[in-house]
Design a protein around this ligand. Structure first.
Ligand SMILES: Nc1ncnc2c1ncn2[C@@H]1O[C@H](COP(=O)(O)OP(=O)(O)OP(=O)(O)O)[C@@H](O)[C@H]1O
Ligand SMILES: [Mg+2]
Length: 365
């Protein structure tokens, strides 16, 4: 059974400028800007949401499959992912274009000038879940990508009964309220950071209680303040794990998502899945770039236990390869339901119908 990761696949070009941008921008010449900054350092990092999630999931001992489109410059990135244990067979190379690329220069004051080139990613809309065997897909995630691709994948997962996590993140601003609702209401999980949660509500016009009604499980991450998971009217708070050194937050949200997926495929309770996600995120904070950190599964379990105390379920899932039964995710009928009927939707792990929900506000949250 596959775990299918969709989302951006990108290179990040990161440059530092040892002066101040503001000293070079002439306020009376704004009609004719022509600026060139001599930068002191540049590095190209592997990034992109799909590949970040997959990298972290591979570290956690899984072999995820990434589906996406890349350019002619992807060769060494593919080799790297394969060496790490990621299945890249559904990553399609577009010969006459480049992999999506993010270029950012940061000056001495921390100001940034950035450009994002979508490149081959715009062809992600041409890929389809319909070319795959839905029975083989245990779980998919729809992460930030070409917006047309995100809409199409959500529709297809609903039609094919493929359970999916909806992770619109930074693409929220490029999707209409109606499209966000359509993407979320077929999902088993909606995951957002706290800022994006506010944006999601304002773009859809939904209240927190209505967003909760839309999906069986809502996960909100709050940076150093940890995260919470709401399911069946119950709120589970997950603490953050203090980093040994704070180096670079890029990709921390993606690492967290990998931990959540690991928890789901091993049928772990949310309390445990959330803590795995927190720890996976913290590892990512401790190195530069979203795919530079490493750990062995033994190290991960030891650090988990140092932070949260002994947890036999974590040992079993990470060190003994314990696995959940697949049928808990086979809920094609539930996926096709309209929002009004969602209270019929089943509990993620137990497969039992969800109980009546208390709106979040009613719990004083
Ligand atoms: N400073 C921190 N210290 C400890 N843990 C952190 C910190 N920042 C983030 N985390 C962990 O990572 C999780 C996700 O972080 P956050 O809410 O910042 O995601 P995000 O905004 O989506 O990140 P990204 O910048 O990757 O998009 C948090 O719930 C927490 O567990
Ligand atoms: Mg994020």
């Amino acid at each position: 059974m596959k775990v299918l990761i969709t989302g951006s696949i990108a290179y990040d070009y990161i440059m530092t400028f040892s002066g101040y941008f503001k000293e070079h921008i002439l306020p009376d010449q704004l009609e004719h800007i022509s600026l060139s900054f001599l930068v002191d350092s540049m590095c190209r990092q592997r990034g992109g949401c799909a590949t970040n999630i997959a990298y972290n999931l591979a570290l956690l001992g899984e072999r995820p499959t990434v589906m996406g489109t890349v350019g002619q410059d992807f060769g060494e990135y593919r080799d790297f992912l394969e060496r790490c244990g990621v299945d890249t067979s559904l990553i399609v190379e577009i010969k006459d274009d480049f992999t999506a690329s993010f270029f950012v220069s940061t000056d001495k004051a921390g100001n940034q000038i950035a450009s994002f080139y979508t490149g081959a990613m715009r062809k992600a809309r041409e890929l389809s879940f319909k070319t795959l065997n839905p029975g083989e897909i245990r779980l998919a995630i729809i992460s930030p990508n070409d917006p047309e691709a995100m809409k199409k994948y959500a529709r297809e997962c609903q039609e094919l009964g493929i359970p999916y996590i909806y992770d619109p993140s930074q693409q929220i601003v490029r999707l209409k309220g109606k499209e966000l609702i359509e993407g979320a209401r077929g999902a088993h999980i909606l995951i957002l950071n706290d800022y994006e949660y506010g944006l999601f509500k304002s773009r859809t016009g939904l209240t927190g209680a209505q967003v909760e009604e839309l999906v069986p499980t809502l996960i909100i991450t709050c940076g150093e303040n940890g995260s919470y998971i709401i399911e069946g009217g119950r709120r589970i708070d997950i603490p953050a794990v203090k980093p040994k050194r704070f180096v670079d937050p890029t990709g921390v949200g993606d690492a967290y998502r990998a931990g959540i997926i690991k928890g789901i495929i091993h049928n772990l309770p949310w309390e445990v899945a959330g803590r795995i996600a927190s720890l996976a995120a913290t590892y990512s904070l401790e190195e530069t770039g979203p795919q530079s950190h490493h750990y062995t599964l033994e190290e991960f379990v030891r650090r988990y236990e140092d932070n949260f105390g002994p947890e036999p379920l974590v040992r079993k899932a990470l060190l003994e390869g314990g696995e959940a039964s697949a049928q808990l995710w086979s809920l094609p009928e539930a996926n096709r339901q309209q929002p009004e009927a969602r209270s019929e939707k089943r509990h993620l792990y137990t497969g039992r119908p969800r109980g009546d929900k208390q709106p979040l506000e009613a719990q004083g949250a």
